[in-house]
Design a protein around this ligand. Sequence first.
Ligand code: SF4
Length: 350
Amino acid sequence: MNPRRMSRPVQIGRTTIGGGAPIVVQSMTKTDTRDIMSTIAQIKELEDYGCELVRVAVPDAEAAGAIRDIKKSVSIPIIADIHFDFRLALKALEAGCDGLRLNPGNISDPEKVSTIVKKAKERNVPIRIGVNAGSLPEAGNRSLTIAEQMVNAALQQVRLLESLDFDLIKVSLKAFDVPATIQAYQMIAQKISYPLHIGITEAGPPRTGVIRSTAGISTLLYLGIGDTIRVSLTAHPREEVSAGYEILKSLNLRQHGPVLVSCPSCGRTEVNLVELAGAVEKELARIDKPIKVAVMGCVVNGPGEARDADIGIACGKGRGVLFKKGKKLRTIEEKDFLAALMSEVEDMTG
Ligand code: SF4
């Protein structure tokens, strides 16, 4: 794994992005921002799942104003997602947003951008230059690759913000195409030192979207690129947060909640392992402390993995051996597997 690219830190509310800070997991609400109560409820749920930064859509002035009330009831920083109308950015800043996301594809007029930047600077509010392959600036050079066009669009706006003496900048370059996205981030990582928000846009529903996002985000993280991630899914945003942490845990970049090791099961398995692993995964979703749990189907790899975990079970015919911190605890009947495992997990994390 490459060493992490050293980026300059940007402070967004209580959260630091870049500069060697832990890679931040973020998401975006799917409620109507004008529906303040529903938006607060969804953000609180995301906070419980470990979301560290949340973006809300700002389609009109009422949504921009709603940020003021939403902020009173939530703890994580709120980013206002602005498109087309620069005045919405001004209203969101007045309402106390912690960060702005601007899309150079639909707000590019230097005068309008500079009005936003002036106000953001007064309030010390960072701006993400969020380029999306689906909304590249009209003036872009179509003979270039998508990756090159995205990089150019971002650099143009970076230079504009720098000319206004503004450096609270984050950048993202998202496309649905994974290789194009990776190329774009590799290119821009050589050219600027601002923190990078990484993700694959419009990745789809969870079954395919998590895989597509993981292919892109993990490759970049392995290359040392990325300071904050968002897994974009056509699903409840809690799925985005869970998937984000799973990616970071898989690369040993963050610890967050349990890790479940389970074998795929095979012709040797003599218990209902698929059902057991599914039930354990569901139960573990409510645990927020780091713990490694192993659910193994037989004696081939079972005792080794179960011993290596904080708590594990190696199953045999209708029975299983429970291991805790490498030591054999006892033999249990299949009907007691779930309860016994979870009771040990509760003991260790409670
Ligand atoms: Fe099959 Fe045993 Fe390997 Fe599980 S641990 S996949 S049951 S051989």
